[in-house]
Design a binder for this molecule. Structure first.
Ligand code: NAD
Ligand code: LMR
Length: 329
């Protein structure tokens, strides 16, 4: 049995970077066959069709089938995983929330199409920005699909945070663990090092030897560096992140499907954990167990961290109010 993966925006930049990694087996390993459904809008079909030709030419042993369509009912049919990437990216000088009006209208109909035609075990990973609120819209529109089947990507932020810590400490990135992202995939996000370790030792103590006052370094250097990295990429490349976003998407979907041996980050529908209002799609420290994200509960959150989490959660509430005002919730 092959796993069916639907990718929206398959003719775009991230789509092109993702498809070949999925077909090569990077999501589910060398034993599991995959079927790809590439969903585009009419203007994007040629890009997706071209990618499909190249997928054929690559002769991936695990790739059973590729179908290109602009019909959501066909595209999500039988999907076990839906990767919602198709959406406009921001340009220089924009915040991701500026995309709300342009992109929010995509996710309601896609949520409804998922409810109508995806497999019973469908899991939906939202990448298109603003990712948290788009996931909220998709989930709210997917009657009958449990809300815990929807999550949005904050893994790119976590990967960025771990990479910045590794560079600062002169340590291998694989040795840096437990650096969750809280809140929104936006400049208000809170990358949290309170429980982070490097090769099993607390990061905070090691940082003190390198950067002096750790709180000052976190507030003035580390947090803004991670939280505005997307804008930095746009400024340097001229367009938003692609390969790193695709790689983080692979990390996210693989961990959701196969489980984690430690914490990671994902934006999921809040059930009130850590005082985050129920229903908001908020990033938390999570584990993946038996195909379900579970919030890591019981962590001490001091006032300094609480203020940052609250600020990002307030932005998520504002985004929800904005899409309600647009009639999309
Ligand atoms: P892109 O413009 O290269 O590709 C987007 C593709 O989506 C296009 O081919 C377009 O035709 C297609 N599309 C638009 N509406 C669609 C719809 N209703 N159904 C199916 N396809 C549709 O953009 P990109 O660089 O691939 O980025 C895609 C999105 O991912 C953007 O919103 C970007 O901001 C976001 N992004 C998120 C993260 C993250 O960490 N969450 C990281 C990077 C980029
Ligand atoms: C990123 O974090 O790189 C993406 O969300 C793209 C962007 O607009 O920053």
């Amino acid at each position: 049995m092959a796993t069916t993966i639907t990718l929206t925006g398959a003719g775009g930049q991230i789509g092109y970077a993702l498809l070949f990694r999925i077909a090569a087996g990077d999501l589910f390993g060398p034993e599991e066959h995959v079927r790809l459904r590439l969903l585009e809008i009419p203007q994007g079909l040629k890009g997706a069709e071209g990618a499909a030709l190249e997928l054929q030419d690559a002769a991936f042993p695990l790739l059973d089938d590729v179908e290109v369509t602009d019909d959501a009912a066909v595209g999500f049919s039988g999907a076990n995983h839906a990767l919602l990437v198709g959406a406009r990216p921001r340009g220089p000088g924009m915040e991701r929330a500026d995309l709300l009006a342009a992109n929010a209208g995509i996710f309601g109909p896609q949520g409804a199409a998922i409810a109508a035609s995806a497999a019973n075990d469908v899991r939906v990973s939202v990448v298109g920005n603003p990712a948290n609120t788009n996931a909220l819209i998709a989930s709210a529109s997917a009657d009958g699909v449990p809300s815990d089947r929807f999550s949005a990507l904050t893994r790119l932020d976590e990967n960025r945070a771990r990479a910045q810590l590794a560079a600062t400490l002169g340590a291998p990135v694989a040795d840096i663990r437990r650096v969750p992202i809280w809140g929104n995939h936006s400049a208000s996000q809170f990358p949290d090092i309170a429980h982070a370790t490097v090769d099993g030792r607390p990061v905070a103590a090691e940082l003190a030897e390198r950067v002096g006052d750790v709180r000052t370094w976190l507030a003035d250097t580390f947090i803004p560096r991670v939280a505005t990295r997307g804008a930095e990429i746009i400024e340097v490349r001229g367009s938003s992140s692609v390969a790193s976003a695709a790689s983080a998407t692979i990390d996210h979907v693989r961990d959701w499907a196969r489980g984690t041996d430690d914490w990671t980050s994902a934006a999921i529908v809040s059930r009130g954990e850590y005082g985050v209002p129920e229903g908001l799609v908020c990033s938390f420290p999570v584990r993946s167990v038996d195909g379900h994200w579970q919030v890591v509960e019981g962590l001490d959150v001091d006032d300094w961290s609480r203020a940052r989490i609250d600020a990002s959660v307030a932005e998520l509430s504002d985004e929800r109010d904005a899409v309600r005002a647009l009639g999309m919730l």
